[in-house]
Design a protein around this ligand. Structure first.
Ligand code: ACM
Ligand code: ZN
Length: 746
């Protein structure tokens, strides 16, 4: 779909904009307007004489890139007056627009922020005439760590692309760029003492195609890679610094080390030479915990440290399987000598060695929340990614925390439910969800909360092969995140969306950013009614014109504006329904298939609680819809227990011919089919079951019932462990269900 079509929608919104709507994102603490406006031409007289050299250059460049405004310095009558304030809140600024524009600021950084805000307040009347409402802005950030992460290992991004990523961050007042420089599939930073890290470790011979869980796997057999020289790194760090952004490099250890070990296999436990993998996932071969490997990594850090002037160095620490350490004589000898009770404590020992090394070199260590396992190193900060719990635990231990939970901050997740979304790793993190992110979880006391530095989103790039796709996944979600990290008093989501549509999508377009239009598409939602479900189509604009068609019944064909509700009553038999929704305004068409059946919308009780991560409510199982593949988190209910019991109430006694339970089989993601399914009529307590394997090859399992029932339970048992030879062998498998339905003749 072209941007032109979306442009039509924005025009609809512009007409709805209120004069007092604040055009700045992230939304400032105070924004008020008075009547009247200040008008000026494209040649701005501004007295920049007392400003820092870099700041001056940045402001001149911003005026040009936002509006092609030319700043003429050193004029007698200055349109913009800068006032540096002492003893005010860190990074605070104010803007007073009246007969002139007065910018008061506490630091060069906050003057830079003020100027971005000012540029966003300006309206262009024509090429030579500009206007700004008489107004007052007072502003400062809520959190001191407002970050975006970029994985350049899975896919590589050029120096110019990284700079563009940083430019875009600066617009939304992000101040930390977390640069994930090393991983299994590529080592991307020149280390002079170990040249093979880049001559060998920066290149792979193939890359897996499609989703890595697709069977059979196929590979693109093409050499792929790249790295940054230390000179290029310095240039990027300086570029970020000029935009008041700190770069935090990540050198992964002890896991995600296959690229380094391809170059220097002697630092693994087995010493066996292996290639740089072209497959995504978690690998057993990690750095050995022996002294030589620790010295190797400290040597690397000794070259990394001088390149990055910031306070923190990230050492990863996530997803390090302990199988090699368990079988390694050297690792076991260290555990004995150091009196460590298990391999988690060995990881803690490993991280402590890095913590001490970094501290003695004037740096602080930060790592993913796995560094809590086996004991948190004394000075370490924690980046919480597996939910909020790791961050809460670290804050309770009075360690600094950056919150980056998968639920809100993983921008490699899908942002829409439609089948037209480009391939992503999985999950579902729409714009609204990002907007709900709160780095400080409820219930954390205010002293412990002071350890939460802020938050960041992560751009893992397994499924992000190029810069356009990177922008698609990052924007506009990063703008929602900037709100969550900056605003003291978050405006309502609808207001944020309006500002985004009125002003900021144009800004993204002007900067040639391939943002995702997904949030503009009509939303399909389903709610339970007494007799079935209500299917609601809701557009972003009340003015948007749609056609709604029932493709299985030509008598239903309606045109509507804004929103449309279709109640669907459950049938006694099974009937396939197909609807299409066609927007005349944008040209977007969406189809939806619903299998109507006696279970549609009936009450469901989870007697076993689903995993919080994969629980989208109890309607998901009886909404008549099957989950799409590759699976997206929102369409499935996931369980991590051995037994799952679900109660269904058909609301009246009726004959069931057969019952179908639909599962997901994705063994690469540790999601397995169950072993047995049992049905039990809750009135007669009589049951019926099927299983065990080898009957279980099909995702859709059917139980023949052949009697009248109202309330019943389904009891599903899983394998105790994932079998040997399969990914995750020995761990407990996941169970995923998308739908429970009844097959009856009509
Ligand atoms: C992570 O996503 N493995 C930190
Ligand atoms: Zn070892």
């Amino acid at each position: 779909m072209t941007k032109l079509f979306y442009g039509l929608i924005f025009i609809l919104f512009i007409s709805l904009a209120q004069a007092q709507d604040c055009p700045i994102l992230p939304t400032p603490v105070v924004y008020t307007t008075q009547t009247g406006s200040l008008n000026f031409s494209n040649n701005l007289a501004v007295d920049l004489t007392n400003l820092d050299q870099n700041l001056k250059a940045q402001l001149i460049a911003l005026a040009d890139t936002y509006h092609q405004l030319k700043i003429e310095s050193g004029q007698d009558k200055s349109l913009i007056i800068f006032k540096k304030l002492e003893n005010v809140k860190q990074d605070s600024y104010s803007i007073n627009v009246n007969e002139s524009i007065i910018i008061s600021y506490s630091s060069d950084r906050s003057c830079y922020y003020a100027f971005h805000s000012l540029m966003q307040m300006i309206e262009k009347i024509n090429a030579n005439e500009f206007s700004i409402s008489k107004s007052f802005v007072k502003d400062y950030p809520s959190y001191q760590w407002r970050g975006l992460h970029l994985d350049v290992a899975r896919h590589f991004f050029s120096v110019e692309e990284v700079k563009q990523f940083i430019d875009q961050m600066a617009i939304y007042k992000f101040n930390v760029f977390h640069w994930h420089l090393t991983d299994d599939q590529g080592w991307r930073i020149e280390i002079k003492k170990y040249p093979k890290l880049t001559s060998i470790g920066a290149w792979r011979d193939s890359t897996v195609e499609n989703h890595f869980t697709t069977a059979p796997r196929t590979y693109k057999k093409e050499r792929y890679g790249g790295f940054y020289t230390q000179l290029e790194i310095k240039a990027i760090v300086a570029y970020a610094q000029e935009r008041y952004i700190t770069v935090v490099p990540e050198i992964e250890m002890p896991g995600h080390a296959r690229a380094a070990l391809a170059a220097y296999p002697m630092y693994s436990c087995t010493g066996i030479q292996q290639e740089v993998p072209g497959l995504w996932g978690i690998f057993d071969d990690i750095f050995c915990a022996k002294e030589e490997s620790i010295v190797f990594l400290q040597d690397i850090l000794s070259e990394v440290i001088p390149l990055f002037p910031g306070e923190f160095i990230h050492v990863g620490g996530d997803e390090a399987p302990k199988t090699r350490w368990h079988d390694c004589e050297k690792c076991q000898a260290i555990m004995k000598e150091q009196k460590l009770k298990d391999e988690h404590e060995l990881q803690s020992y490993f991280i402590q060695r890095m913590d001490k090394y970094l501290l003695s070199n004037g740096k602080k260590l930060i790592g993913w929340d796995e560094i809590l396992e086996g004991g948190l190193s004394p000075n370490a900060a924690v980046m919480s990614w597996r939910g909020f719990d790791g961050g809460i635990e670290a804050a309770n231990q009075e360690h600094q925390v950056v919150m980056s939970p998968g639920s809100h901050c993983y921008f490699d997740h899908y942002q829409g439910k439609g089948s037209e979304e480009p391939l992503a790793i999985g999950g579902f993190t729409p714009l609204e969800k990002v907007y709900e992110f709160q780095p400080i979880p409820r219930g954390l006391d205010s002293f412990k909360a002071s350890y939460i530095l802020g938050g960041q989103a992560n751009l893992w790039t397994e499924y992000i092969p190029d810069f356009n796709q990177l922008m698609y996944m990052t924007y506009p979600r990063a703008i929602a995140l900037s709100q969550a990290l900056w605003c003291e008093d978050l405006p309502k989501y609808e207001l944020f969306e309006k500002t985004l549509m009125n002003k900021h999508l144009d800004l993204l377009t002007a900067n040639k950013i391939n943002y995702s239009p997904t949030f503009l598409k009509p939303n399909f939602s389903f709610t339970r009614t007494i007799t079935g479900i209500d299917f609601k189509v809701k557009s972003k604009s009340n003015e948007e014109q749609f056609e709604f068609k029932d493709r299985s019944d030509s008598s239903l064909n309606v045109n509507f504006k804004g929103s449309y509700d279709l109640p669907i009553n459950r049938t006694r038999g099974t009937k396939k329904l197909t609807y299409s929704v066609n927007s005349f305004t944008t040209g977007i068409q969406k189809n939806i298939a619903i299998t109507n059946n006696p279970c549609l919308g009936v009450p469901v009780v989870y007697l076993t609680k689903p995993s919080n991560q994969y629980n989208n409510g109890d309607l998901t199982l009886v909404d008549g819809q099957f989950g799409a593949r590759p699976w997206k988190g929102n369409e499935w209910i996931g369980f991590d227990t051995s037994v799952v019991v679900i109660e269904i109430d058909l609301t009246k006694k009726q004959r069931i011919d057969s019952l179908q339970v639909s599962f997901l089989k994705d063994e690469n993601s540790w999601i397995h089919l169950p072993c047995t399914i049992e049905f039990q009529d809750l009135k007669t307590k009589k049951g019926k079951g099927i299983g065990a394997a080898p009957n279980f090859y099909d995702e859709r399992q059917v139980l023949y019932i052949g009697k009248k029932v109202q309330k019943f339970t389904i009891t599903i048992k899983t394998l105790d462990q994932i079998p040997q030879g399969k990914p995750g062998a020995g761990s407990h498998p996941w169970l995923f269900i998308d739908e429970i339905s009844i097959k009856n003749k009509l």
